[in-house]
Design a protein around this ligand. Sequence first.
Ligand SMILES: CC(C)(COP(=O)(O)OP(=O)(O)OC[C@H]1O[C@@H](n2cnc3c(N)ncnc32)[C@H](O)[C@@H]1OP(=O)(O)O)[C@@H](O)C(=O)NCCC(=O)NCCS
Length: 287
Amino acid sequence: MADFRLKEVPLENISKFLEVLESKLPDTVVPHQWIKIQKNWERHIPGLKVRIFTVNGDWRDGSAICLADGPVEGNKMIAAIYATEESQEALTNAAISTSLIDWKRIKIFYAVLERNIPMVREILTNKGCGDIEKRCFTFYLPSEKAVDYQLPQLPENVRVGPLGEQHLQILCDNWPIFDEEYTPYVLNTIKFNLTVGVFVKNSRGEEELASMVMHRESGEVGLLQTVPEHRRKGYAEIALAHIIKLIGQKGLMPFATVLVENKASRGLFEKMNFEVQGMSADIDVKE
Ligand SMILES: CC(C)(COP(=O)(O)OP(=O)(O)OC[C@H]1O[C@@H](n2cnc3c(N)ncnc32)[C@H](O)[C@@H]1OP(=O)(O)O)[C@@H](O)C(=O)NCCC(=O)NCCS
């Protein structure tokens, strides 16, 4: 039987590995942006360590398990996983036999491709972990369309600008699937990533944050929300258009995962001309 071992990709090969992922977009959009964002956070956050594991250290087809471990997450790690059809079995065997990963410390695998979901579940079951799977559609927009995205005309009382640390609470309070462990991620996203807020002047002339969106720790366009009293006024469309363009200007492909049952959000991404990459699942790991 072939010998499949998980090995860490050395630092000097990560840019070549990213080139492989880029050549396979949109299939690889999740690991591609996850690595870019987390490698940037690693530069800013002392002690944060990004680790990329492949079968026998071979990164040439893009199949990998990516982990970010460090002080952002307390004792937890966040993860992304990707395997081609041909490499799934080898990656599963290597993952099951490795002692390099403490699986119970993983909080979430973001936006796992539909074909890779059984692989992740098999690995977790073997490691004695449970999981909760949240089914989504993955939407994406090619970067060349993103960079040329037409921004909507702003109504007179509306301003668009980045979010600040003072918006942390409102971001967390309005997010339907928020749990406390996400607070440091949201804070670091405000500090290090692209964010967009739509600010509206009320009748007293004060600005209120009406809609918001972020380029999340996973690379997704996420935490998109409009506060209830400002819904159906076009503010999410304004927020999304601005973040799409900013991400496109970085040469990246905006993508988002939308829960299957979230009809409002699906309608929004379709209206904004996103394409469907396919089904995916956020997989929360449970001890
Ligand atoms: C989804 C959400 C962000 C939309 O915000 P919004 O500011 O009300 O959206 P907009 O007014 O900009 O709507 C733009 C388009 O989105 C779609 N849309 C928005 N709300 C919708 C709804 N309730 N039902 C169906 N389509 C909807 C429509 O296509 C709409 O265009 P239209 O008004 O011309 O029909 C908002 O409902 C929300 O915050 N929901 C809770 C959090 C959430 O689910 N976030 C998305 C996570 S992926």
